[in-house]
Design a protein around this ligand. Structure first.
Ligand code: BEZ
Length: 211
């Protein structure tokens, strides 16, 4: 069955542009993002990999290690790196796994045969420090991802892991959040000393609690 939210992220050992990676050991206590791209030396992938390199500092701030993968070899990845730098002005600063034998792609269900028998789709898996899968996103080869959205989701995942809150539509870091309906008003007053605004019994907004 396909990997689902809450499942343990499969562990593996694989070669990468930064040497052998034992995935769980590599992640340690950090959050992790494992993302696939369909193929080396292709246009959309080139832009995506450069963008992730540009955002590396943002992932670091969020204690998150990023790992890329495709069904190409590490040798192929290495020969592509200069193109990524030329095209995007960014040098790769995170590991890219080689996965010619599809070991990682199969573990994570990154090949969707009705899209392509051989290439990985654009998958994103966010993995928590407990090694559980927190988010799964899948895009087709033709559509480059929005990595600002992935940072936004990471902010939400990290916030909601620590407080009894959820984040509303289009929420961004710093905006008001929603108090869990499981918390009654009395407890909410204690847990959220900045107060809350009640729109409905089940919809109460409070300032972001970790700010
Ligand atoms: C691309 O990155 O542009 C791409 C890769 C594989 C299939 C289609 C597009």
């Amino acid at each position: 069955m396909a990997l689902q939210l809450g499942d343990t992220a499969p562990d593996f050992t694989a070669d990468s542009t930064e040497g052998t990676i034992k995935f769980h050991e590599y992640l340690g206590d950090s959050w992790g993002i494992l993302f696939s791209h369909p193929k080396d030396f292709t246009p959309v992938c080139t832009t995506e990999l450069g963008e992730v390199a540009r955002l590396k500092g943002e992932f670091d701030k969020r204690n998150t290690k990023v790992v890329g993968v495709s069904v190409d070899s590490v040798e192929s990845h290495r020969s592509w790196l200069q193109d990524i730098t030329d095209a995007t002005g960014q040098s790769l600063n995170y590991p890219l796994l080689g996965d010619e034998d599809h070991k990682v792609s199969d573990l994570y269900g990154m090949i969707h045969p009705n899209a392509s028998d051989t290439l990985t789709v654009r998958s994103v898996f966010v993995i928590g420090p407990d090694k559980k899968v927190k988010l799964i996103i899948t895009y087709p080869a033709s559509t480059g991802r929005n990595f600002d959205e992935i940072l936004r989701v990471l902010d939400s995942l990290q916030l909601t892991a620590g407080y009894f809150v959820s984040t509303p539509v289009n929420w961004k870091e710093g905006e008001d959040v929603i108090i869990s309906p499981a918390i009654d008003d009395e407890s909410a007053k204690e847990k959220f000393p900045k107060g809350f605004r009640k729109v409905k019994d089940y919809l109460r907004f409070t300032p972001q609690p970790d700010r």
